[in-house]
Design a protein. Structure first.
Length: 215
C-alpha cells in the first residue's frame, strides 16, 4: 500500500506491507521512489495499491507495472479510509518526528533521505511494536468491540512469517543484533535538529510540537 505525502517541493513516499506492518519511507523530487523501495524489501514485490491521486494513477505508473509485471490497484476516490493503515503511518512515521513544517530545499531532501534510509526505518521496524486488529464486534448498534493480536515489531512479524526465505531471516537477525535502540533514538533526534535548522523559514512552534510529541 502506497501513499504520497507532499512537503512542498520535497515529497515523501510511504510504503506499508500490511501483513507485517513493515514501513519504508522515501523522500523524492524525481520519479524513482518505487525502484528504491523494492531494493529494501526482504521479499519479491508482486503488486502495488495506491490512493487515487494523479501522482500514482498515470501512464508512467501503468507502463512501469506492465514492464515489471506488477498488478496495480487503487482505492476509491474520496475514500481515505480505504488506505487507513498507510494514512496512520503518515502521522506516526512522519509528522510525529518532523512535525507539520515546510521543507523546500535540496539540502533538506538529502538530510531527510539520510534519516529515512538509516536510523528511522531501523528504529520503526525493529523496535516499535504494532498491534493488528483481529476482529470487530458491534454491540447495540453503537459500540464496536475490537480484538487485537499481541503487539509485535515488524521485524518479529517477518521472522515468524513463512513468506521470506531462511537466508533473508538470517540477514535480518544479523542486522538486529547490531542495533541499539538508545543509540538510534539519539541519532534520530540529532538529525532532526539539523534538518530543522537547514531552513530559515522553519516555524518554531512546529519544532516544539514535533519534539513534544516524541516525549
Amino acid at each position: 500500500m502506497l501513499d504520497f505525502h507532499r512537503i512542498k517541493i520535497v515529497n515523501k513516499l510511504t510504503t506499508l506491507i500490511i501483513s507485517h506492518f513493515l514501513t519504508l519511507l522515501i523522500p523524492y523530487i524525481a520519479y524513482e521512489p518505487v525502484n528504491v523501495i523494492r531494493t529494501g524489501l526482504p521479499f519479491n514485490l508482486i503488486g502495488l495499491d495506491s490512493d487515487s491521486g494523479g501522482e500514482f494513477v498515470n501512464w508512467h505508473m501503468v507502463r512501469y507495472c506492465e514492464k515489471e509485471k506488477l498488478y496495480f490497484t487503487r482505492s476509491r476516490p474520496d475514500h481515505k479510509n480505504d488506505n487507513a493503515y498507510v494514512e496512520q503511518k503518515n502521522y506516526t512515521h512522519i509528522r510525529r518526528w518532523l512535525g507539520y513544517g515546510r521543507f523546500d530545499s535540496p539540502q533538506q531532501l538529502i538530510a531527510i533521505n539520510n534519516l529515512y534510509r538509516h536510523e528511522l526505518w531501523l528504529y520503526n521496524n525493529f523496535f516499535l511494536p504494532v498491534m493488528k486488529i483481529k476482529s470487530k464486534e458491534k454491540i447495540n448498534n453503537s459500540i464496536c468491540r475490537k480484538k487485537y493480536d499481541q503487539a509485535k515489531t515488524p521485524y518479529h512479524r517477518l521472522m515468524a512469517s513463512d513468506q521470506i526465505s531462511n537466508e533473508q531471516k538470517q540477514k535480518l537477525r544479523n542486522l538486529y543484533l547490531t542495533l541499539n535502540p538508545v543509540q538510534l533514538k539519539k541519532a534520530i533526534n540529532e538529525k532532526i535538529n539539523k534538518i530543522q535548522k537547514l531552513s530559515p523559514k522553519t516555524n518554531i512552534d512546529n519544532i516544539c510540537l514535533s519534539k513534544a510529541e516524541q516525549t
